[in-house]
Design a protein around this ligand. Structure first.
Ligand code: H79
Length: 459
């Protein structure tokens, strides 16, 4: 909610304070001075903690849920601009309960939450000093970002915000969105960038602590590599231990999301709607919807539990995180069938969590029938599908000795190792329906093993 005070704040005290802080912390984080180029090294401790979490909840929400259309591309397409931009007047999610949402994420075994504080449609889910197009102008008038942030702290989850660089509502943002008739000449893009940085500062300094600042919409031509470097440095200057995804800059490669080269800013890569390929050097997080749409859509196709578990296991096996998305309904509830699915994942995680949290991907690279993770002297082999006519799967040899084996969910397993192969045998009655997790105990650290591709598992 814009107030007169905000003008003073914009021009004065906060800007100076932030500049001083930026200079000081940038120096502290990077004595080598690469801040001059805008690129600070990733905070390794934050990266390690974030990686160990492995599983987070993405939440796409806003007034557009009233229409049931997509938050990222329905304005000016399925919903006329005039109507879309006035939906907020009817947005009154009276059943919103931060305690329930965070509790559900926790029950699902998720360790962090990323909320769309502002998506491409420009609506702010918090009480922003820099715009009236925010939650305080709705009948609801409650700061959703603040409530979720505080609740995450209470329940011990890491809170993060999604922030779109694209903003089709802001008068200074160009290119204009589809169906928007305002002349582009009336826009002042650099003034928009100032607005954006003010909002980003507001989120980091007043709605935190934020674990990740998650940007999106960096692909439009108006956003440059220089903007990206500057925004990255700005964010790290405000909070040296924060992580920032690579959509802050221009360095991601398509929807597969990895870095084009190391000159681009960002602490992790991010495949969208697909599981990343096996990659241990570059940290990554796949963001994937539990249904089809990011924002809520009535009767949207819901992924099966099998699909959800496979996705999570393949991500962890490829050495990446999974950010699984739900789109809450306009009344503030997470759709019961989506909530049920999350709880089912949580039940699976209660038994199988040790094979996900705090692990790294490999050494057996993920394939359709298996994936693997490791921690210390253990490999967790996930058998997602057994051969048709055999109780035995065949894997390539490892440069370590297997000194013990067990099933994470209990039951009998037999493991044999020779110079040329490893065989793992579990009879039908001891297998799990979705994923049989075999623990292989080694005579040394699994991280020393060079990752290997597996075959069909039958020879
Ligand atoms: O928030 C969710 C979506 O609403 C948002 N990103 C996720 C996390 C999103 N907005 N638009 N899109 C996804 C699709 C955009 C696709 C493209 Fe492109 C942008 C096609 C061409 C430009 C990115 C750059 C992919 C290929 C090149």
């Amino acid at each position: 909610m814009r107030v007169f005070k905000s003008i003073l704040v914009m021009l004065g005290v906060q800007t100076i304070a932030a500049t001083v802080l930026l200079a000081a912390s940038a120096q502290a984080a990077d004595p080598a001075g690469s801040h001059a180029k805008g690129k600070l090294p990733t905070n390794q401790e934050s990266l390690r903690k974030w990686r160990a979490m492995r599983f987070g909840l993405f939440i796409h929400w806003g007034p557009v849920s009233l229409k049931g259309t997509e938050i990222g591309w329905s304005r000016g397409v399925q919903v006329p601009v005039e109507e879309y931009d006035n939906l907020y007047k009817r947005f009154n999610p009276v059943k919103f309960d931060a305690r329930q949402w965070v509790g559900l994420a926790k029950e699902a075994g998720m360790k962090y939450i990323v909320l769309t504080a502002k998506h491409h449609d420009g609506f702010s889910l918090w009480d922003s000093e820099y715009t009236d197009y925010d939650i305080m102008s709705t009948p609801f008038k409650r700061d959703i970002v603040k409530e979720l942030s505080e609740e995450c702290r209470r329940q011990g989850l890491m809170f993060c915000t999604y922030y779109s660089i694209i903003d089709w509502y802001h008068p200074d943002y160009v290119p204009r969105g589809k169906g928007d008739t305002r002349p582009p000449e009336s826009a002042n893009y650099e003034r928009y960038v100032k607005f954006m940085k003010n909002q980003v500062r507001e989120l980091i300094t007043q709605r935190g602590p934020l674990g990740v600042m998650w940007f999106d919409g960096e692909w439009e031509q108006t956003w440059t590599h220089e903007h990206g470097l500057d925004l990255y440095a700005f964010v790290r200057g405000l909070k040296p231990d924060i992580l920032v995804n690579n959509r802050v800059d221009k360095g991601r490669r398509g929807m597969q999301g990895m870095f084009k080269s190391s000159e681009f800013a960002g602490d992790f890569a991010m495949p969208e709607q697909q599981v990343g390929k096996f990659e241990k050097k570059v940290p990554w997080e796949s963001c994937i919807t539990i249904c089809r749409q990011w924002a809520w859509k009535p009767k949207d196709r819901l992924k099966s539990l099998d699909e959800c578990i496979r996705t999570l296991v393949s991500a962890a096996g490829g050495d990446g995180n999974l950010l699984l998305n739900v789109g809450p309904m306009p009344d503030g509830q997470i759709e019961p069938r989506q909530a049920d699915r999350l709880k089912q994942i949580g039940t699976w995680m209660k038994t199988n969590g040790p094979s996900i949290y705090g692990t790294r991907g490999g050494p057996f690279k993920p394939t359709a029938w298996c994936a693997s993770t490791h921690a210390e002297n253990r490999i967790y082999l996930h058998v997602l599908q057994w051969p048709d006519k055999s109780d035995t799967v065949v894997l390539p040899p490892l440069g370590k000795k297997i000194i013990g084996s067990s099933l994470l969910a209990g039951g009998k397993v037999a493991v044999a190792q020779s110079d040329s192969r490893i065989t793992v045998t579990v009879s039908g009655q001891h297998r799990q329906p979705l994923d049989t997790v075999v623990v292989l105990q080694l005579d040394g650290p699994a991280s020393e093993i060079v990752p290997v591709a597996v075959g069909s598992g039958t020879e």
